[in-house]
Design a protein around this ligand. Sequence first.
Ligand code: NAD
Ligand code: UDX
Length: 480
Amino acid sequence: MVVKKICCVGAGYVGGPTCSVIALKCPEIHVTVVDLSKSRIDQWNSDKLPIYEPGLDEIVKQCRGRNLFFSTDIETAILEADLIFISVNTPTKTIGNGKGRAPDLKYVEGAARMIAEIAQSDKIVVEKSTVPVRAAESILKILSANQKPGVSYQILSNPEFLAEGTAINDLINADRVLIGGEESPKGKAAIEELCGIYEHWIPREKIFTTNTWSSELSKLAANAMLAQRISSINSLSAVCEATGADVSEVATAVGLDSRIGSKFLQASIGFGGSCFQKDILNLVYICECLNLPEVAAYWQQVVDMNEYQKSRFTAKVIQSLFNTVSGKTVTILGFAFKKNTGDTRETPAIHVAKTLLDEGATLKIYDPKVEEDQIYYDLTHPAVCESPETVKKAISVYHDAYSACENSHAIVLCTEWDEFKTLDYHKIYHVMMKPAYVFDGRKILDHQTLIDIGFHVQTIGKTLQRPLLTRFCGGNTCMH
Ligand code: NAD
Ligand code: UDX
């Protein structure tokens, strides 16, 4: 089989960008991305794509209608495809057995059942979604149980390693592409077909092929180990704050060891995003099911440390504001889980906002890319609040940072957007209530300049000293 047509089931943060890059790099392959959500597909076919990702618009514009298509006609796309990516969501289960830890595979199962029902010819089915080890076995079971005569399937695991905000670069200049498959001749042939697609732009030595289970586990392991580094540096940030050490200096010193390396050692308010927590909990659950409680406890600690960091930071905000935010106005700068994305899944900003709202604060929120509706949705979700009407009254969303800071008692910076570094903080200081506070949850601001302006500044992993005069006058009557 030579792959001429690809279908991708799931037009999300992974399916959309991945298939756009495949279409760009393989002009002779016809790529159709399908989704059950008509509104999502309509957005992919419009000028305003459903996700913000630097570089994505240009690629979609170049390929859409040429060899890249977005459609709700799932049946035709599956019927015609030689190779099908399953890129559907695999969220943590919210009910039933494994609730709060196991991934909910209902969307993967749904996709497999659709393929089984529709397919009339041989297909290579590729798991792109992040799944538990041996999920390919379940997909194969569903496909085989519903197999039509003369139709055969090969299941491959091809986990995606892109990070949001840098997805296009991560896809075009991937560190590696991982493909797992059966060690049979047919399995090897299917692996070769998928290798052939990536070889349009990825050097062969960067395409690593393994057995299916190693590939599935490697994805969980990679995310667990990345998140572990963040939790490790965040745990040390607490030690820094208590001792006078500076976590940035510690991270640099530690990262200079070539065995450790400098990446993913940015202490922060805590990691967010749709993957890290979900995938570690998935790993924890697998370990529990395999009767490996010590291993499960080890990885659980990475998530627990992240919860601790988010709570520790928010407690510090409240404590600094004279231990009460009731009746105070707090500005949240940044709501996305990281810069260069509009995605808010598991963003630490939700934790911060929820805690401040529970304590009676009024919030003014600004993010350059998160839609207003999304912020309201996140903060009034039943998992976050009991009284949506009260929350709606207590929050307002702004379209620029300056108006979001007016008459506010404190700024809490939750996302490291570049534009926050270059705001005119003199101007902001003058429109804020005094004493004016800045809590830099991302360590991106020039703290000394802010202190010189008159702000009280707190950050992660470093204790900042205010000059005596400003400390003495407490900012209230200070002329700064
Ligand atoms: P997403 O929620 O953005 O997109 C998934 C899409 O699948 C949704 O639009 C949904 O409507 C669609 N869908 C679900 N069932 C369907 C079906 N039966 N038929 C057609 N469409 C269906 O999710 P995502 O962020 O793209 O993640 C997808 C998978 O990739 C997850 O397993 C995730 O863990 C993994 N992953 C995500 C990232 C990331 O940065 N977001 C990175 C690597 C891996
Ligand atoms: C992650 C993995 O990086 C990617 O390989 C995988 O495919 C999906 O999950 P993503 O969640 O999109 O990607 O972004 P990432 O850059 O990993 O950041 C995750 C969170 O960790 C963000 O909240 C980010 O701000 C935080 N982070 C990251 C830190 O707090 N410190 C760091 O040093 C790095």
